[in-house]
Structures are given as structure tokens and as C-alpha cells.
Write a new protein. Structure first.
Length: 154
């Protein structure tokens, strides 16, 4: 890996022609590069890399790894049927899971898996609550909706 600077002076780590954030660990860079070449669909867990606390993102965390165009190519997280997508926050990744095989491709040493639970609410229209680490995350009308959300978030 080598360090490169763009025209505005921003530094990147370059590996196989792709530029990564300077704080991205080398092991993670190699996993992302493998996903780019293998075209796997992945689930990315983003969070604070210093504490290992997951941000519990629900959107834009599933897809395949692509790369941007231009003189400084960065990794993108693309929808499986698309060629474009948003930039991958590679310096904020705590865990990467292959969606098909459920195999963990990368996990930070301090990653804390959030605890997702379901609780029934008596006498309310929205009868089910989804809690993440004991804090309310969502209300669901049916138990099935709550279970699907729990599966998606854990």
C-alpha cells in the first residue's frame, strides 16, 4: 500500500488502484478488495471504530462493492443490480458479512454486537416494539413485522 495525495492535498492509501481513507486498517482494505473482485453481496456494519459501538444503520448497508470513476477511484456500495452507488465509509466499518453464506469476512476486535429484542405492548395500536440495547428503535403493528426487523438489524 502506498500513500497518495489528490490535487487538494487530501491523503489516501492506495491498494490495487483503489484509494481508501488513511485510517482504514490494511486487513479491511484487503477484504474490501476481495469483495470487489469476487462480486459478493455483503452486509456492512458501520460504527465508531474506537469504541466498537455499532450505529445500527438500516439503509444503504447491503450490496456489492464497486469503484468510482475518475483519477482517484474509491470503493462504492452498489445495489446488486446497479453499477453505481454511494461511497463506502471504509474507515467506519466494524464488520462485513457475506449475505449468501452468512460468513463473517471482517470484524473489528472491539466490535460490540447490538442486542435486538422484541417486546409486546399491551392495549396499544402498535402492539410490538423493537428494542436495540434496551432502547426503543421502532413500533410494529404485527409480530411478524417486528421479527423481520429484528432479523434485518441483527
Amino acid at each position: 500500500m502506498k500513500t497518495v495525495k489528490n490535487s487538494s492535498g487530501r491523503e489516501y492509501q492506495e491498494y490495487n488502484g483503489i484509494c481508501y481513507h488513511p485510517e482504514t486498517p490494511e486487513k479491511l482494505v484487503k477484504v474490501i478488495d476481495g469483495c470487489l473482485n469476487g462480486r459478493n453481496s455483503i452486509r456492512v456494519y458501520l460504527g465508531d471504530v474506537k469504541t466498537g459501538k455499532c450505529w445500527n444503520e438500516e439503509h444503504d448497508v447491503r450490496g456489492r462493492v464497486g469503484r468510482s470513476m475518475g483519477s482517484y477511484k474509491i470503493p462504492l456500495l452498489c445495489h446488486p443490480l446497479s453499477y453505481g452507488g454511494g461511497s463506502l465509509l471504509d474507515h467506519c466499518i466494524l464488520k462485513i458479512v457475506d449475505i449468501k453464506s452468512k460468513r463473517v469476512l471482517y470484524q473489528a476486535a472491539n466490535f460490540i454486537q447490538p442486542e435486538v429484542t422484541i417486546k409486546r405492548r399491551p392495549l396499544n395500536i402498535d402492539k410490538w416494539q423493537v428494542l436495540i440495547d434496551g432502547k426503543l428503535y421502532a413500533h410494529c403493528k404485527t409480530e411478524r413485522q417486528a421479527k423481520l426487523l429484528r432479523t434485518k438489524m441483527s
